[in-house]
Design a protein around this ligand. Structure first.
Ligand code: C2E
Ligand code: MG
Ligand code: MG
Ligand code: MG
Length: 281
């Protein structure tokens, strides 16, 4: 009896594993053709000044419409593009198209709009990354000072020795650097002091619980104060309610992003919101 159960369990797990491998291979195969098949597109989620509700910038988020399945989440496909190295060409595509869109918006009267692009550590550490960013900026005519690159805290801190000089050079070119998912990684205070960074984005995990968990609230307050003391701009990610906004304002947080403010939108839909919603400096 026990043997029988054991065998079934084993069979169950191998089937589950085979299923996962099959899915993974299927996605990988699909990804190899996705650029050529024109299956990627970008959506833009506003970064908002939470007291005035003005849009200060937009985060660029990649979407993949797989031919036979519909939209696949970047949380599922980005890791595959990182492991296979495909993120290098896909990342260039994202950056170039984001800059082209940014140029359009700047021309249409939204001169100060910041465009924030997610960058994998694999891209950042790729030998020719800085040159490629520069050539995309000059090709598209998008100003370096309106570009922000988001690097995730966990992966960057694990590669700090290699990442640091690259971040410094990017910043010397006038590009802004933002630390994404802040609070979930391994930032030591020592690194934070040397980090050539403009913005900290407090991870949604903490923002989720600020109303219900005193400790989450205390952590968020601490990050906000520390960020401001170090002259960083601090953004709360994943805001889903009006109550959260009120609380964040009490804590002195100036910027936010989340479904309660705006969901990620197609460029044309976003432009309608931009019409009378820009931060006028
Ligand atoms: P991220 O950079 O931390 O982006 C924020 C994610 O949270 C986005 O998910 C966004 O749609 C989602 N989000 C924003 N506000 C809310 C909210 O109020 N509630 C909830 N539940 N979610 C919210 P998305 O677009 O699925 O992207 C997931 C992750 O995939 C991103 O996390 C980023 O790490 C990665 N990613 C997306 N696009 C790119 C890209 O072009 N390049 C790279 N390297 N990574 C990307
Ligand atoms: Mg991001
Ligand atoms: Mg994030
Ligand atoms: Mg994230």
């Amino acid at each position: 009896q026990a043997k029988e159960v054991g065998r079934n369990t084993y069979q169950f797990f191998t089937e589950q594993r085979d299923g996962k491998m099959e899915r993974r291979l299927n996605l990988e195969h699909g990804l190899r053709k996705a650029l050529a098949n024109d299956e990627f597109f970008l959506v833009y989620q506003p970064l908002v000044q939470i007291d005035t509700k003005k849009i200060a910038g937009v985060e660029v988020l990649l979407r993949w419409k797989k031919e036979d399945e519909g939209i696949i989440s970047p949380a599922e496909f980005i890791p595959i593009t990182e492991e296979t190295g495909m993120i290098i060409t896909i990342g260039d595509w994202v950056l170039k198209n984001a800059c082209l869109q940014g140029v359009k918006w700047h021309r249409n009267g939204f001169q100060d709009l910041l465009i924030s692009v997610n960058i994998s550590v694999r891209q950042l550490l790729e030998e020719t990354f800085i040159e490629r960013v520069e050539s995309i900026l000059s090709e598209t005519g998008f100003p370096a000072s309106s570009l922000e690159l988001e690097i995730t805290e966990s992966t960057t801190m694990q590669n700090m020795n290699e990442a640091l000089p690259i971040l410094i050079r990017l910043r010397e070119k006038g590009i802004r650097i933002s630390v994404d998912d802040f609070g979930t990684g391994y930032s030591s205070l020592t690194y934070l002091r040397q980090l050539p960074v403009d913005t900290l984005k407090i991870d949604k995990l903490f923002v989720d619980d600020i109303l219900t968990d005193l400790k989450a609230g205390a952590i968020v307050k601490t990050i906000i104060d520390m960020g401001h003391n170090l002259d960083f701009c601090v953004i709360a990610e994943g805001i889903e309610s009006c109550k959260q906004i009120e609380f964040l304002l009490e804590l002195g947080c100036l910027y936010g992003q989340g479904y309660h403010l705006y969901k990620p939108l197609l460029a044309d839909d976003l432009e309608i919101h931009l019409q009378n919603n820009m931060v006028i400096n």
